[in-house]
Design a protein around this ligand. Structure first.
Ligand code: FAD
Length: 468
């Protein structure tokens, strides 16, 4: 069969990994096609992930700040929420970015093809358009960037509109009176923060013994405390085992150590993780090995077992984060274009944009203990930060984890407002092999929250020391 489209490079999926790969590939001179099943570019992150959630979290932050401003003599009264306007704002933020991407693709002469792609051979994809027509695309190189989707626990009545995944929750259909969030990870807690600020009565159930498993418990505590103050009911070591749609709401049966008072909710958000899309592409027809759970194995250059086919982003493994996907996308395009490179990042930061934010990078204290690593901990409480006091947000702290012998920084964690903006300094320190004294001796501007990173480098075991 004659191909309808031929190209040197096809990128399958236009999320942050895919569009970065396509743009880099075009910049390096490869004739590039970007295939995406949806009309808008940007994937999960721009359309139904990072960006819309942060737009809504901004609104939540303003509501929260206004509510507490009366503490220092400024009273804004009770907020009035115009939900349609808020939704429009979020959609506008998303639209601005996705349109920007379309413009950038055009500028670089990346051909965007809309349709759902599947492999038919090691050099061919079949693309089914929304109109039912198919096109055959023949490629020399391919980067698979088809991402992931929410895990849907099968016992929830998904055909009832009141059961939501993260995409539905971001749609903001209404402000439910009673919302149940199943899963207290980053996505669940970010959405809990939004809906709580908008006025929902929020209950969170988490199967593990702490919220946000993966982060150190001391980092999570200030968030747990604040959620409690805001009236969010958190139930740990508890799970939903049954759910039924009733007229009055979604009725749930719980199992575990801390059963919620209510069992019927106006809406339920199921946020229990994401599953890779690797098994839905007929990749085996191209000879690409796909793991049991749908992840695709790659080497340090992002190559699959088929040398001219690469894979990146959420579908190659954890952490499922946009900044990991973009770095991998860039690397895969560069390797495909003939550059001799490898994926060498030492650390990938994680951020929960909750209130307060939690950010961590590299080795956590919990991990260091479990592995018996000999580490020192430098910790600076924000109660001693002039900036945090001025912001009335002293619950935060900054900590550095460093190798006790070499003093090299191996990890760090921050909880507090804007923690996500502060963590990059610690990531850079780890990447550059900094010793803790290098940060301590770097003059941080006063009064800023960033100073807390400098101070954490000097406060070791509660006393100020010079670790250099
Ligand atoms: P995706 O963004 O999943 O893109 C894959 C694309 O491939 C999609 O557009 C899909 O339509 C397309 N596709 C799939 N199959 C086919 C096919 N057969 N044919 C054609 N096209 C196909 N990460 C962060 O780093 N920071 C955050 O703050 C953050 N917040 C998040 C909030 C939420 C609510 C969610 C759900 C996720 C969040 N993430 C965040 C995670 C982030 O969105 C993902 O890690 C990121 O989008 C992964 O990028 P990707 O390129 O691998 O794939």
């Amino acid at each position: 069969r004659k191909a309808d489209i031929e190209c040197a490079m096809v990128v399958l999926g236009a999320g942050p990994g895919g569009y970065t790969a396509a743009f880099r590939s075009a910049d390096l001179g490869l004739d590039t096609v970007l295939v995406e099943r949806y009309a808008s570019l940007g994937g999960v992150c721009l359309n139904v992930g990072c960006i819309p959630s942060k737009a809504l979290l901004h609104a939540a932050d303003v509501i929260e700040q206004a509510a507490h401003a009366s503490d220092y003599g400024v009273d804004f009264g009770k907020p009035e929420i115009a939900i349609d306007k808020l939704r429009d704002y979020k959609d506008k933020v998303v639209g601005q970015l996705t349109k920007g991407l379309a413009g950038m693709a055009k500028q670089r002469k990346v051909r965007v093809v809309q349709g759902s792609a599947k492999f038919v051979s090691a050099n061919e994809l079949e693309i089914a358009g929304a109109d039912g027509k198919t096109q055959l695309l023949r490629f020399a190189n391919c980067i698979i960037a088809a991402g992931s989707q929410p895990v849907k626990l099968p016992f929830f009545p998904w055909d009832d509109g009141r059961v939501m995944d993260s995409t539905d929750a971001l749609d903001l259909a209404d402000v439910p009176k009673k919302l149940l969030v199943v899963g207290g990870g980053i996505i669940g807690l970010e959405m809990a923060t939004v809906y709580c600020a908008l006025g929902s009565e929020v209950t969170v159930v988490e199967f593990m013994p702490q919220l946000m498993p993966g982060a150190d418990p001391d980092l999570v505590k200030p968030l747990a405390d604040r959620l409690k103050k805001q009236g969010v009911a958190v139930h740990l070591k508890t799970k939903v085992v049954e759910a039924k749609a009733q007229k009055a709401g979604i009725a749930c049966v719980f199992e575990g150590e801390s059963i919620p008072e209510s069992s019927v909710f106006d809406r339920v958000l199921v946020s229990v993780g994401r599953a890779p899309n690797g098994a839905k592409l007929d990749a085996e027809k191209a000879g690409v090995r796909v793991g049991e759970r749908g992840f695709i194995d790659v080497d340090a250059q992002m190559r699959t077992n088929v040398p001219h086919i690469f894979a990146i982003g959420d579908l190659v493994g954890q952490p499922m984060l946009a900044h990991k996907a973009t770095h991998e996308g860039k690397l895969a395009a560069e390797v495909a274009a003939g550059e001799k490179k490898e994926w060498v990042a030492r650390v990938i930061p994680s951020v929960a944009y909750t209130d307060p934010e939690i950010a961590w990078v590299g080795v956590t204290e919990t991990e260091a203990k479990a592995k018996g690593l000999k580490v020192g901990i430098g910790k600076f409480p924000w109660a001693a930060s002039g900036r945090a006091i001025g912001l009335s947000r002293t619950e935060g702290f900054t900590k550095l984890v460093f190798d006790e012998e070499s003093h090299r920084i191996v990890g760090g964690g921050i909880v507090g407002v804007h923690a996500g903006e502060l963590i990059a300094e610690i990531a850079l320190a780890i990447e550059m092999g900094c010793e803790v004294g290098d940060i301590g001796h770097t003059i941080h501007p006063h009064p800023t929250l960033s100073e807390s990173v400098g101070m954490a480098a000097e406060v070791y075991d509660g006393t100020i020391t010079d670790l250099y």
